[in-house]
Design a binder for this molecule. Structure first.
Ligand code: ZN
Length: 347
């Protein structure tokens, strides 16, 4: 028995003892969880009880953005030892699956992912995890930053998908946490400048503080107009759609330069119309992103080298015993909040 933050059913959280039958295999590590970020998907399960075909039918532990300390290792584990500070990939693929062999384990149909029904998450003091998906943090990366690696990895996957070339001009539509991290990953990936468009000024103020970011408040000026002004009517080399909002998706062709790339990162709740001819007329390359694969090492390296600073995106840190309050605050979706984290008691 261990205490866990349990989503009992839609709209009902409790912090209670939860029986978890976990056995450590020879390729696993046991990790004492230190910090967990509250993610939009956790919040969506809390408020809606489901995401697409994933439905919460029985009590489930939430949380999938985690950093902690190794407290035990299986017999075959050589790259980690007790005391190592680590972060974990929440998705566990089947290593022998066809998708894994192709290096696209993020789209392995058999992947099990923390806090995606029926798989439990990590808002509990200890987890057992495959060592292959557990990554040591350099001394320069805090637990808080370690717990930011998971959402940042989506930004990194997006930047890689875009095929950024040095000096590219980028634009991100949607300044949620993923939009912000995509913008920072695009800068780290070589963009000379990244525009971020949203309608919430407080969010734009947060991301606008970074060098290389320019913000567009779409309640004041359409994003396409701002991009046209900034690029002499040519358009952005790489466009990242991170809002999932229908009007933004319909407006994508107007943002890109001829022959540019459009990366679909945000997930609309329902199917939305797409301007196919607009995309064709500029022969835009369309890329899609679902989570990430083989990205964590790169993400940790960038953060550790000080090339990407995610600390300003951490808005609040609450102790484990106030987890429900942390989730209720995330539900409020204050425009001044980016990432809320929960810290577990140590020792
Ligand atoms: Zn997440």
């Amino acid at each position: 028995m261990a205490t866990a933050l349990v989503l009992e059913e839609k709209g009902k959280l409790s912090l209670r003892d939860f029986p978890l039958a976990q056995e450590m295999g020879p390729d696993d590590v046991r990790v004492a969880i230190h910090t967990v970020g509250v993610c939009g998907s956790d919040v969506h399960y809390y408020t809606h009880g489901k995401i697409g075909q994933f439905i919460v039918n029985e009590p489930m532990i939430l949380g999938h953005e985690a950093a902690g300390v190794v407290v035990g290792t299986g017999a075959n584990v050589t790259h980690l030892k007790a005391g190592d500070r680590v972060c974990m990939e929440p998705g566990i693929p089947n290593p022998t699956s066809r998708a894994s062999k192709l290096g696209i384990y993020n789209v392995d149909p058999a992947v099990t992912f923390w806090a995606t029904p029926p798989v439990h998450g990590c808002l509990t003091p200890e987890v057992i995890h495959p060592a292959a998906y557990t990554y040591r943090l350099p001394d320069t990366v805090s637990f808080a930053e370690g717990a930011m690696v998971e959402p940042f990895a989506i930004g990194m996957q997006s930047a890689l998908r875009a095929g950024i070339r040095p000096g590219d001009i980028g634009i991100v539509t949607g300044a949620g946490p993923i939009g912000m991290m995509t913008a920072l990953a695009a800068l780290a990936g070589g963009c000379a400048k990244v525009f971020v468009a949203d309608l919430a000024q407080p969010k734009l103020d947060i991301i606008g503080r970074y060098d290389g970011i320019e913000t567009i408040n779409i309640t004041e000026q359409p994003a396409a107009e701002a991009i046209a002004e900034a690029t002499g009517g040519w358009g952005a080399d790489v466009v990242f759609e991170c809002s999932g909002a229908a009007p933004a998706i319909l407006g994508l062709p107007a943002l890109a330069r001829p022959g540019g790339a459009v990366v679909l990162v945000g997930m609309p709740v329902d199917p939305v119309p797409v301007d196919i001819v607009g995309l064709q007329a500029k022969e835009l390359r369309i890329e899609t992103v679902f989570r990430y694969a083989n990205i964590y090492d790169r993400a940790i390296a960038l953060i550790g080298a000080g090339k990407v600073d995610l600390k300003p995106l951490i808005s609040a840190t609450l102790p484990f015993e106030r987890s429900i309050e942390a989730f209720d605050r995330a539900v409020e979706a204050r425009p001044t909040d980016v990432k809320i984290q929960i810290e577990l008691p140590q020792g």
